[in-house]
Design a protein around this ligand. Structure first.
Ligand code: CIR
Length: 266
């Protein structure tokens, strides 16, 4: 695919969803205590403000009590300037989120399509770079889903490659992010995976692996609070950072990317 400068980090819009009270029952790999819904909403509102300060128009959808993980809007859809693809999340408790996010996408995109076939893809497994889109196989994204997703992307003129997310990592982007301008942020395991070929990789210092999930939004990189070595490494690589609290999201394996769908309307 032709290199599209800024595809992965120049955005005009975002969609988020306010955490519900039921977020306390969100899925998690290990139980370190339930998130507190009020504190989560306070952190979420700082997140929305940071996206707005970065120049985005942000649509904040109302809480969706029936789906505890529904504030993680990145997982049920994937957005490109050409249109949006409604995905099928791999966790059965999240299945109904696709229908709900479609309703938010349709007024904004001329083209909204469903992931064909019966496979599963979580948006957290999709890393968009400026010249390729990487799709990680994981406990949530299976071979059938990733292949049908890659086929849609190719039809739309994008190059897509399916990769294996390392064992024990929830989503591909749990362990890596794009900092934009051709630079990747990744844990040591991901950096050594070969997925990034000869791209410049900023490696997350040991012990700060959670901070591998950041988002570049226009001229800033949003980073989670409490990971000073990663923040310094990103700044040393020449990027401006904004620190945000994600303590409640972290309790249910959520990070900064999961909390929004970011896109550029043509
Ligand atoms: C889940 O397990 O589905 C949620 N508790 C966390 C989802 C995080 N989403 C993401 O990394 N894209």
């Amino acid at each position: 695919m032709p290199h599209r400068n800024g595809l992965s980090f120049r955005f005009t819009n975002a969609i988020t969803r306010t955490p519900s009270d039921s977020v306390a029952n969100g899925l998690r790999a290990e139980d370190g205590g339930d998130p507190d819904a009020d504190r989560f909403r306070a952190e979420h509102s700082l997140y929305v403000k940071a996206l707005q300060a970065a120049g985005l128009t942000v649509d904040v959808l109302p809480p969706f009590e029936a789906f505890p993980d529904s504030c993680f809007v990145e997982d049920p859809a994937f957005c490109l300037p050409d249109g949006a693809i409604v995905l099928r999340p791999g966790a059965s408790s999240r299945a109904g989120e696709s229908e709900a996010i479609r309703g938010a996408l349709e007024p904004r995109f001329a083209k909204v399509v469903d992931l064909p076939g019966a496979g599963d893809v979580d948006g957290g497994d999709v890393l968009m770079l400026d010249d390729i889109i990487l799709v990680g196989l994981s406990a949530r994204t299976n071979r059938e889903g990733s292949e049908s997703f890659a086929a849609v992307l190719r039809e739309w003129g994008y190059e897509a490659r399916v990769c294996n997310t390392p064992d024990g990592v929830l989503h591909f982007k749990t362990a890596c992010s794009t900092l934009g301008d051709g630079v990747i942020l990744a844990t040591t395991t991901m950096a050594e995976s070969g997925f990034f070929a000869d791209r410049k990789v900023v490696v997350v210092p040991e012990g700060e692996e959670y901070a591998a999930n950041v988002i570049r939004v226009n001229d800033v990189v949003l980073v989670p609070e409490g990971y000073p070595k990663t923040r310094s490494a990103i700044e040393d690589a020449g990027f401006r950072t904004v620190v945000l609290p994600t303590h409640e999201a972290r309790k249910i394996d959520g990070g900064l990317s999961c909390l929004s769908l970011r896109f550029s309307l043509q």
